[in-house]
Design a protein around this ligand. Structure first.
Ligand code: PMP
Length: 289
């Protein structure tokens, strides 16, 4: 079942208009969440980010934060999914052609939940490959990467480049050539001094919810962290590299632009990955009654 506007409808009835400005102009926002044992991890943080994205595009979210949380739980319950990936999408809504948001009186609100299938275990054991692509991450003052928007062409173009070089994920730099983020992930690496490094938010990236949990996990593990401006050579010289997002969690990277970083997941990456899982378990325990 799909939650569409105010009710659950069967998948084949979950249809929206060709005049929807999400379809016509990519005018809208979304969130992806992960469900573990029937509990949505970091639901509060995701809903907060949804509201922040909405505010940054001048969109009034058609529901309260409380009602959104209820609707998400209702959706996963209706699909009897305990392990799932949920997507909340809000578009500007249906209206005549034209860019003026005022043409769309009512935003379109959708919640979809899909069964979560584990990524292949060898990805976590052996690591994946990434390539630093030519497509630059959107320039902040043009389209701020902090907005989790439906306008995803920047990322799609980077993904096409990654596919051309048979890479699992693309790493984009910002307009100045500083490492930014993946098409659907944040980037981390361990430098030669054992410091966990990740591009600073100021570089122009999405403030990943997983990224935040990883930085907390590193602190608990007493691993030093640095959020900063890094160059391509910094990941070439890294001892470990990994990427993160809500569904893949901590994914080791062992090949960057065909440069070998390792043959298997690094020690720090392993520890951080385990700490992440521990934090998920604590969260589930604390939030299930
Ligand atoms: N950067 C981009 C561009 C993304 O699309 C995502 C996935 N939402 C991330 C980073 C990771 O964010 P999160 O940890 O909140 O899933």
């Amino acid at each position: 079942m799909i939650y569409l506007n105010n009710k659950l409808v069967p998948k084949n009835k979950a249809l929206i208009s060709v005049f929807d400005h999400g379809f016509l102009y990519g005018d809208g926002i979304y969130e992806t969440l992960r469900v573990y044992k029937g509990i949505i991890f970091k639901l509060e943080e995701h809903v907060d980010r949804l509201f922040r994205s909405a505010e940054m595009i001048g969109l009034t979210v058609p529901k309260s934060s409380r009602d959104i949380k209820k609707a998400v739980y209702k959706t996963i319950a209706s699909n009897r999914q305990n392990e799932a990936v949920v997507r909340i999408t809000i578009s500007r809504g249906t209206g005549p052609l034209g860019l003026d948001p005022a043409l769309c009186p009512k935003p379109t609100f959708v919640i979809m939940s899909n069964q979560f299938y584990n990524y292949p275990s060898e990805y976590y054991a052996k690591g994946v490959n990434v390539s630093v692509v030519n497509t630059r991450r959107n320039y902040g003052p043009a389209l701020d990467p902090r907005i989790k928007s439906l306008n995803f062409l920047n990322n799609v173009l980077a993904k096409i480049e990654a596919k051309e070089s048979s890479s699992y994920e693309a790493v984009m730099m910002n307009y100045q050539g500083y490492l930014a983020e993946g098409t659907v992930s944040n980037l981390f690496f361990i430098n030669s001094k054992g410091v966990l490094c990740t591009p600073a938010l100021k570089v122009g990236i999405l403030d990943g919810i997983t990224r935040g949990v990883i930085l907390d996990a590193a602190e608990e593990l007493k691993i030093k962290t640095k959020e900063g401006y890094f160059r391509r050579k910094d990941i070439y010289n890294a001892t470990e590299v990994f990427i993160t997002n809500t569904s893949m969690e901590v994914m080791p990277v062992t090949l960057v632009d065909n440069i070998r970083i390792g043959r298997k997941a690094g020690t720090h990456t392993g520890l951080i990955g385990l700490k992440y899982k521990e934090k998920v378990l604590h969260y589930i325990e604390a939030n299930s009654q």
